[in-house]
Design a protein around this ligand. Structure first.
Ligand code: AMP
Ligand code: ZN
Length: 113
């Protein structure tokens, strides 16, 4: 995807701190962290929105993304962690390449803003 910032990161065209990567899933450090540990886990291929991933055809990829996110949450969050997926304008999504935020290292308030 030509104008996708996360596709450019995955292609090595924009620098980022890679935490983990394999053929299907990539994890990077968020450039504007909202917690002591703030990671982003995403599919390597461009999928704009989690709404596009919903459905049995993509169940394996969705499962892999959440498996990596959960493992990183357990590794980085000594006392727990929060996974967040923003979807669409009202969901607060600003980068249209589906990603899971993995936040940890502080107490997470509820409800979110
Ligand atoms: P969202 O608002 O859910 O779409 O989240 C997008 C996230 O991407 C935000 O937390 C940004 O701080 C983060 N972000 C944007 N550009 C970059 C970048 N170049 N490297 C790492 N994280 C980024
Ligand atoms: Zn993309």
């Amino acid at each position: 995807m030509v104008d996708c910032i996360f596709c450019k990161i995955i292609a090595g065209e924009i620098p980022a701190k890679f935490i983990r990567r394999d053929d299907d899933v990539v994890a990077i450090a968020d450039a504007n962290p909202q917690a002591p540990s703030h990671l982003l886990v995403m599919p390597s291929k461009h999928i704009a929105n989690i709404a596009d991933l919903a459905g049995l055809a993509n169940a394996a990829l969705l499962s892999r993304v959440f498996d990596v996110a959960t493992k990183l949450g357990k590794e980085h969050g000594k006392h727990g962690f929060r996974l967040v997926v923003n979807s669409g304008a009202d969901g607060g999504q600003t980068v249209d390449h589906m990603h899971v935020h993995v936040l940890s290292g502080r107490f997470m308030e509820w409800p979110p803003g």
